[in-house]
Design a protein around this ligand. Structure first.
Ligand code: ASP
Length: 317
């Protein structure tokens, strides 16, 4: 029988203890990952996932999520979903109730969520709205003050400023980003789940790596599973989660596999570069993580843990 194990990204500790409880009671990794992420999505203090997530450039909260089962590589995902607080559950429902598809986005995903009975809810909390406005006020607008923009009409300049905001917005200090949870259950099944409200001020309709297999999420029970947080456009282009799993397949430790995959993504040209982080477990239950900056950690619970422990990720400098 396999040793129970759960790892998660920063702030996953809001959900990991309950997820471990499910595994201890003999529940599946799938159930544990979904439950853990629901608790993170419902954590109003977390502004990068679920209810309370920061909105896009139009002020609407749009959520991405996915779930992948290692033994079958079954995958379900949603992207750019509005008005539903638990996209991880819709992603699971896509995987289980709509097996002819793997990914639904926007209105179609919302129609599907209605059809399977998920409840709609307001996702923009007053606190998230205030934070969004505050950050908007703080963004310098000098970049549109050049001579060549002076003659433009107000609405054209406004559009220019909005584009500048999307391009130049830098997230505030402190832990931020998507939540990843990877669990291994008693049978050795490995499941990886990812949930996010994505980049604040993103273009409406933008879907990041969290919904895409091989980019932000990948699980293959033969070798392990990996997930990413941070600049999704880089892990989309680098196929980063899949690269981590491939690296483990070729014998690398979880930490080295993450480190090498990040190094590969770092070599991609990118005018909007921001940090990328990943974490992974191997099929035999070893774990590790890497990040583009110092000081990043991941959360861990094993069968004997009484509370979440925090482990450093190897920094790519
Ligand atoms: N990876 C997420 C995305 O690109 C953002 C994040 O983790 O901060 O949507």
């Amino acid at each position: 029988m396999a040793e129970l194990l759960i790892i998660g990204s920063e702030r996953s500790e809001a959900g990991i203890p309950a997820a471990m409880e499910i595994l201890r009671r003999g529940g599946s990794a799938l159930e544990a990952v979904e439950r853990g992420l629901i608790l993170c999505e419902d954590n109003l203090a977390d502004h990068y996932v679920g209810t309370g997530g920061l909105p896009n450039a139009r002020g609407e909260v749009e959520l991405d999520a996915s779930i992948m089962v290692g033994s079958s590589r079954a995958f379900g995902a949603v992207g750019a979903v509005k008005n539903f607080p638990n996209p991880i559950s819709i992603a699971r429902a896509v995987m289980e109730k709509l097996p002819q598809h793997a990914l639904l986005v926007g209105q179609g995903a919302e129609d599907f969520a209605d059809s399977v009975g998920f409840k709609r809810a307001e996702l923009l909390t007053p606190e998230a709205k205030e934070l969004w406005l505050q950050q908007l006020r703080d963004v310098p607008v000098q970049s549109i003050e050049g001579e060549n923009t002076k003659a433009m009409t107000g609405d054209v300049r406004y559009r220019l400023a909005a584009i500048e905001l999307v391009k130049k917005f830098a997230p505030h200090e402190g832990p931020w980003g998507t939540i990843n949870i990877i669990a291994r259950d008693r049978s050795g099944e490995i499941v990886c789940g990812v949930s996010t409200s994505g980049y604040p001020y993103k273009h409406p309709g933008r879907v990041g790596d969290s919904s895409i297999p091989g980019a932000g999420n990948y699980a293959d029970s033969r070798y392990g599973a990996a997930a990413c947080t941070g600049r999704g456009e880089l892990s989309l282009r680098g196929g980063t989660a899949r690269t981590v799993v491939e690296n483990m397949r070729h014998g690398m430790s979880a930490e080295d596999a993450c480190f090498e995959a990040l190094k590969d993504a770092r070599n991609l040209p990118d005018d909007f570069r921001a940090e990328l982080r990943c974490l992974a477990i191997t099929a035999d239950g070893h774990h590790g993580g890497a990040a583009g900056m110092e000081g990043s950690t991941y959360t861990l619970m094993t069968e004997s843990s009484t509370q979440p422990e925090f482990r450093p990720r190897k920094a790519l400098l």
